[in-house]
Ligand binder design. Structure first.
Ligand SMILES: Nc1ncnc2c1ncn2[C@@H]1O[C@H](COP(=O)(O)OP(=O)(O)O)[C@@H](O)[C@H]1O
Ligand SMILES: Cc1ncc(COP(=O)(O)O)c(N)n1
Length: 496
């Protein structure tokens, strides 16, 4: 098959003036997947995200005029067929397909909308079955698969696959069996072909199920996208792989669109539009307001501020800080090694280096002469474990979110304590020299940069990744609180 880098793809389908399904979804999907989209309208549908109000079907002869107007002029690399509505329209499309013989024909056998409204006259079901002989790929959902075979809709994946094989056999066609309608945590799909056109009879594609009600037009979008990518790659398995990744992203970010009050559309251009910037760090900060209040209420912080903190607690804190920094440096080095840009790589590498320097300074200037443990206390160990596991099991985004609270909360607590200390002007404050170290503009600047990087990473990430980032940020913030509270709980025990 001749492939083409920008395929010219014709959608033959009904309309959706709210833009989520039908022709409108198809044109977006074709463009989002790098094709040039064209469209011939089979039926005008007055519908929105809540349902179908009415359908107006122009004469089949006029559809043929549209189809001929395109094929008389434009070389068509792929055709996607969606809502056809009536047997008359199906017959017209069938004849036109025979005449033009496009290289790629994908039929989405649209029968009923997500809202439950019929989009195909019951009397046209037999005509639709006969159209399958002109299709390379047919993409039924489970109820449609059942109707095409005259069987009840499959209730489990095994039955669905068996029905897919039967449809492939009966109509000599490749079938995409779609599991979107099955219950369960993932959404299985499978390409099925019993005639040897695939590497294996069944090729499965699984993604996690996205928790969203905004799935209007998913089937339309998938079939238009796969027609486009197939015309570029010439390989169904490769095409499905690419399209499923794209569709997953479009579902993940569907909620951002805020279109309509029913089942809204998916975000076709999610990969071209970054999520709102800077909103992410604000969200992190807002979500951890309670934890920050908790930090300022801790005896450790209040006593550090007013100078009544027991020396043993202070010494325990310093020693744990030094132990923590040694491993925090490793977490930053890991972020550096995972960073996608040279600027971010350098930033984290500098951070890792600075930690080792600060750790050395802690030993040199604050810990010499103090009788302290050189073993990580329980909170230090848990905090470090959380960071190191974010770096191994989570991705770069999660690790970045996990390391930020150490910058941000330390800078914030330091700024508040330093301002309080300066305000009282107490010359004989036992921790005055320590509180002075908090007024470090270089560290404040590094913190601003680190938060900026986190926002950039969030802007490039999927909604699901941002959820994991937020959780990692919250968990680290909790460890920051516990770290300040650890001397009260463990200093005495560590001295024994
Ligand atoms: N909530 C979801 N999360 C992830 N993928 C989904 C979700 N819902 C549907 N899909 C996928 O969208 C495509 C269309 O699925 P389906 O709902 O079965 O068909 P239709 O939209 O034609 O009714 C399939 O690839 C399916 O796996
Ligand atoms: C013109 C047209 N074609 C197809 C669908 C089905 O899409 P969905 O099943 O997502 O509602 C639709 N609602 N409108």
């Amino acid at each position: 098959m001749k492939t083409r880098s920008i395929p010219r793809v014709l959608s033959i389908a009904g309309t959706d003036p709210s833009g989520g399904a039908g022709i409108q979804a198809d044109l977006k999907s074709i463009a989002a997947n790098g094709g040039y989209g064209m469209a011939a309208v089979t039926a005008l549908v007055a519908q929105n995200t809540r349902g179908v109000r009415s359908v107006h079907t122009p004469p089949a002869a006029f559809l043929l005029e549209q189809l001929d107007a395109v094929s008389d002029d434009v070389a068509i690399d792929a055709v996607k067929i969606g809502m056809l509505g009536s047997a008359d329209i199906i017959g017209t499309v069938g004849k036109w397909l025979v005449k033009t013989a496009p290289a790629v024909v994908v039929v989405d056998p649209v029968m009923v909308a997500t809202s439950g409204d019929r989009l195909l006259e019951a009397s046209a079901e037999e005509a639709l079955r006969s159209l399958l002989q002109h299709a390379d790929l047919v993409t039924p959902n489970l109820p449609e698969l059942g109707v095409l075979l005259n069987e009840p809709a499959a209730q489990d994946w095994e039955t669905a696959l068996a029905q897919g094989r039967e449809l492939s056999r009966r109509y000599d066609v490749t079938v995409l069996v779609k599991g979107g309608h099955l219950p369960g945590g993932d959404c299985p799909d499978a390409l099925v072909d019993v005639h040897g056109r695939l590497a294996e009879e069944t090729v499965e594609f699984r993604t996690e199920r996205v928790a969203t009600a905004n799935t209007h037009g998913t089937g339309c979008s998938l079939s238009a996208a796969v027609a486009t990518v197939q015309a570029r790659t010439g390989d169904w398995t490769e095409s499905l792989k690419q399209v499923k990744d794209w569709l997953y992203g479009a579902l993940l970010r569907a909620d951002e669109l805020e279109v309509g009050q029913g089942n809204g559309p998916i975000h076709h251009f999610h990969h071209h539009v970054a999520p709102p910037r800077s909103a992410f760090s604000q969200q992190c900060w807002d979500r951890t307001a309670g934890l920050r209040k908790g930090i300022f209420d801790l005896p450790f912080i209040r006593q550090l501020a007013d100078g009544t903190l027991p020396e043993a607690d202070f010494a325990y804190y310093l020693a744990q800080d030094a132990l923590y920094l040694a491993d925090y440096s490793r977490a930053l080095a890991r972020a550096s090694s995972m960073a996608p840009t040279a600027a971010e790589q350098l930033f984290w590498a500098k951070g890792a280096y600075n930690c080792i320097e600060v750790e050395a300074a802690l030993h040199r200037e604050w810990l010499t002469g103090r009788d302290v443990t050189d073993r990580q206390g329980p909170v230090t160990k848990q905090y470090v474990d959380h960071l190191l596991s974010a770096g191994t099991s989570g991705g770069y985004a999660e690790l970045v979110a996990a390391v930020i609270p150490c910058f941000w909360l330390y800078a914030h607590v330091g700024e508040v304590l330093h301002a309080q200390y300066r305000g009282t002007g107490a010359a004989d404050h036992p921790y005055g020299a320590w509180l002075d170290t908090y007024a470090d503009e270089e560290f404040a600047e590094a913190t601003r940069q680190a938060v900026g990087i986190m926002d950039d990473v969030a802007a490039r990430s999927s909604a699901e990744e941002r959820r994991r980032m937020l959780a990692a940020f919250e968990e680290s913030s909790l460890y920051e609180l516990r770290f300040f509270d650890a001397p009260r709980l463990y200093a005495a025990a560590s001295a024994e």
